[in-house]
Design a binder for this molecule. Sequence first.
Ligand SMILES: Cc1cc2nc3c(=O)[nH]c(=O)nc-3n(C[C@H](O)[C@H](O)[C@H](O)COP(=O)(O)OP(=O)(O)OC[C@H]3O[C@@H](n4cnc5c(N)ncnc54)[C@H](O)[C@@H]3O)c2cc1C
Length: 520
Amino acid sequence: MTHATNTHYDAIVVGSGHNGLIAAGYLARADKRVLVLERRDIIGGATVTESPFPGYHLSTCSYVCNLLLPEVIRDFDLVRRGYEIRPFDPTYFAPFPDGRYFISSLDSAKTREQIAKFSSRDVAAYDAYWEMWDRILARMQPLLRQALPSENEFAAAFDGVQGEEDWHTLTRASIAEVLDRYFESDQIKAPLSTGGVIGVNAGPYDPGTAYVKFHHLIGNVGGHQGAWGFVRGGMGTVSRTLAEAGEEWGVEILTSAPVAEIDIADGRARGVRLEDGRRFTSDVVLSNADPQRTFLDMVGSRHLPSDYVSGIRAIRHKGSVVKVLLALGELPDFAACPGTDVGPQHTGGIVINPSMAYLDAAWRNCQAGHPSRRPFMDCYIQSATEDGLAPEGKHTMSLFVQYAPYDLAEGTWDERRDEIGANIVATLAEYAPNITNAIEHIQVLGPPDIERTIGITGGNIFHGEILPDQMFTGRPVPGYPSYATPVDGLYLCGSGAWPGGAVFGAPGRNCAMQVLRDIS
Ligand SMILES: Cc1cc2nc3c(=O)[nH]c(=O)nc-3n(C[C@H](O)[C@H](O)[C@H](O)COP(=O)(O)OP(=O)(O)OC[C@H]3O[C@@H](n4cnc5c(N)ncnc54)[C@H](O)[C@@H]3O)c2cc1C
């Protein structure tokens, strides 16, 4: 839409990321008049499908889905609207420099056969490893679905000796420590470890990275706990179907409508002013933007308690991820598993991380301000199992790459983007030598590009690190609620709120429930 039908609404939502759309939809379903204002000319935030190259359709940012709440899928009737997710299988293919590979499958018997190639002891450990995660998941699931639980509620969920051990694992352990408890083989540990560092500025030996791994196991796709899936049409389908449901319930969505300021009078949010000067008033304002953008840019520190402002400033929010989008003339031909016809090495995740030391070295480079000399990569070729994403005979490929700092120690992103992209491709070529010539188009998005394009301050994919000190009662600011803010009538409904980022929907849903409780 280009014009709103009113100037006053029950609720204004700033931003049309999936959390904003979910919050807006729940409010409209409860008969509230809702206006969503999006700065970009398309909806979806980091949950979009775009066509960076003619004839190719790629998920620009998020590319696979695990966490999207089943409640949201049901309440928004997403399946009827065209949301279709398929768990990919194998779950990942990990090639190693010595020509061997490990393939993990949805079928655990097949995975065990693969583990046996490296260690029979690790086969026996596999079940115990998953039992530990299942226990922690069972303790945490209810707490993810409520407005910031109290410390007592967390303590009750992790009661007893086993509970305390699980709490320690979840909040203190590094992913390396957890994997060392169960496995001996580096080839098993290395691909399992990457989930512990996705999106964060931390290495596999850093305490708290076990929490990041947990975060990536929360969802269940196709009956497989922790499995991830491709959404047909790319991640934009999530936003499109959420928006469709919301609009049916009466949500109005304005794109190309950047909000400059949240209007506050007498300590209460009264509406917003757009960059073009237009004003809309509302009873409540929900911000789907990240905490820095919301409170430091759109609200302004003069309206906030000083400890809240310092809390927002203290959020670690710099990204470490490079997203590379590729258009391929042919599929990668892996030395460890040759062939350019579609095979299991192409249809699921492809993990380039041959050892724990490799991942640690990649992080150490970033810690010193440099892009990883040899980065780890989480790669997907969605077109290998789905028509319509690339021209006949061609393929899309998405590389989620770590690490590269937002602030480079040498040079700027504009000066170094191509070089950083070339190094990523060269690293992949060590495993699939044909990739260099197979690439017909490439787009490289570093943290500042994600910031500029998607509007996430610092380019942090989760609106702030999801390490334990920034989760639980510390999100977004210790000592303050997660959705309600110090400004009456202003709420935070994006990934900067509990329980954090990813295509999840929990912050948007929990926030909407809180707003409905407050205004009814
Ligand atoms: C490169 C990358 C890869 C990722 N991969 C995955 C993945 O595979 N799977 C997964 O689950 N998660 C992934 N994530 C994380 C996930 O995509 C995000 O955490 C999540 O989408 C954030 O959703 P959100 O609704 O909270 O906020 P966002 O999607 O960031 O939406 C916020 C919206 O607010 C808008 N906005 C900001 N300021 C204003 C303003 N002043 N006025 C109006 N509008 C404004 C923005 O334009 C944006 O549309 C990835 C993220 C990135 C960046």
